[in-house]
Design a protein around this ligand. Structure first.
Ligand SMILES: N[C@@H](CCC[C@H](N)C(=O)O)C(=O)O
Length: 273
C-alpha cells in the first residue's frame, strides 16, 4: 500500500492575481490533470487560487512553467505568474512556457519580464474566420469593435469610457464562450486616461473576474498602441495595482511589476481530487 504523500506548495501573488505554485524540479509529482488542477484551485474545498502553477525542469530554459486555470484548462501564458516564479527563482532567468521561452530580470521597480512578440493574425488569435483584428466588426451589447491580440494566450480588448460601468461579470462569460473564439478568449475592457496611462478590468478565460491579469495588461496596452491611443510605454492600472507595459523597437513586450510570496504549506495529494 502506498503511504500518504504530502506535497509542499507556495502561495504567490502578482497584483492580487493569486497562485498556488508546486515546484517539481527536485520533488517529482504524480501527473497533474484538469481534475486535480481544478480541485487544488477551488477556494471552498481546495487551497484556492486564480491559477495553479507548476515549476518543472526544462531542457531549453532555466525551468519550465505550466499554468492551469481553475476550470482545469491548461494555458500557454500567465504574465503575473511569470513574475511570481521569477521571484521564487531569485535571479534573472529564462522560463519555458506553452507560448514560448520568456526572460525575466529582477529590477528596482519589481520584476521585468520580456513576454515576447504579440501576434495579430486572425488564425493565430485564434478566431473562427478571417477579419481585421485591429478593428473587429463585431459587438455584444455596448461592447463593440474590439481589438484581438495573442500574447501566448488569446485576448480581445474593448475600449470603453468607464471600465467600472461595464457588467463584465455578465458579458465576460458570453464573449469568452462565443463561437467566434474556438479556444475561448480573455475579455478586457480598457479606458485610456492619457497617452501614458490606462485603466483595465479583465474577465479571464477559465477563471472569471480577477483583480489583475498580466497578459491582459500586455494585450490591452499593445491594442491601445496599435490604435495610436498611447505611447510605446504605458502604466496599466487594474483593480489589484499597476503594471508598466513597454513595446520595444525589437517588437517584444516588456511587462514590469511586483510579485510577492504570502505563505508556504503542504497538502495531502490524494485528499484533493
Ligand atoms: N492571470 C493570467 C492569465 C492566466 C491565463 C488566462 N486565464 C487564459 O486562460 O489564457 C495573467 O496574469 O496573465
Amino acid at each position: 500500500m502506498r503511504g500518504i504523500m504530502r506535497v509542499p506548495f507556495i502561495k504567490m501573488h502578482g497584483l492580487g492575481n493569486d497562485f498556488v505554485v508546486l515546484d517539481s524540479r527536485n520533488q517529482p509529482l504524480p501527473p497533474v490533470d484538469a481534475r486535480k488542477a481544478a480541485a487544488l484551485a477551488d477556494r471552498r474545498t481546495g487551497i484556492g487560487c486564480d491559477q495553479l502553477v507548476l515549476m518543472e525542469n526544462s531542457a531549453i530554459a532555466d525551468f519550465r512553467m505550466r499554468i492551469f486555470n481553475p476550470d482545469g484548462s491548461e494555458v500557454g501564458a500567465c504574465g503575473n505568474a511569470s513574475r511570481a516564479v521569477a521571484l521564487l527563482y531569485g535571479q534573472a532567468c529564462t522560463i519555458e512556457t506553452g507560448g514560448g521561452v520568456i526572460e525575466a530580470q529582477l529590477a528596482d521597480a519589481g520584476i521585468a519580464v520580456n513576454m515576447g512578440l504579440p501576434r495579430f493574425d486572425w488564425d493565430i488569435i485564434p478566431l473562427a474566420y478571417a477579419m481585421d483584428t485591429l478593428s473587429m466588426p463585431v459587438g455584444w451589447e455596448e461592447l463593440e469593435n474590439p481589438v484581438a491580440v495573442n500574447v501566448g494566450n488569446p485576448h480581445v480588448v474593448f475600449f470603453v469610457s468607464d471600465t467600472d460601468a461595464v457588467e463584465l461579470d455578465r458579458l465576460g462569460p458570453v464573449i469568452e464562450n462565443d463561437p467566434l473564439f474556438p479556444e475561448r478568449v480573455n475579455v478586457n475592457v480598457a479606458t485610456v486616461t492619457d497617452r501614458g496611462a490606462m485603466r483595465l478590468r479583465v474577465w479571464e478565460r477559465g477563471a472569471g473576474l480577477t483583480r489583475a491579469c498580466g497578459t491582459g495588461a500586455c494585450a490591452s496596452a499593445i491594442a491601445a498602441m496599435r490604435r495610436g491611443l498611447v505611447d510605446r510605454s504605458v502604466a496599466v492600472t487594474l483593480p489589484g495595482g499597476t503594471l508598466t507595459i513597454a513595446w520595444g523597437e525589437d517588437g517584444t513586450i516588456t511587462m514590469t511589476g511586483p510579485a510577492t510570496e504570502s505563505f508556504r504549506g503542504d497538502f495531502e495529494w490524494d485528499a484533493l481530487a
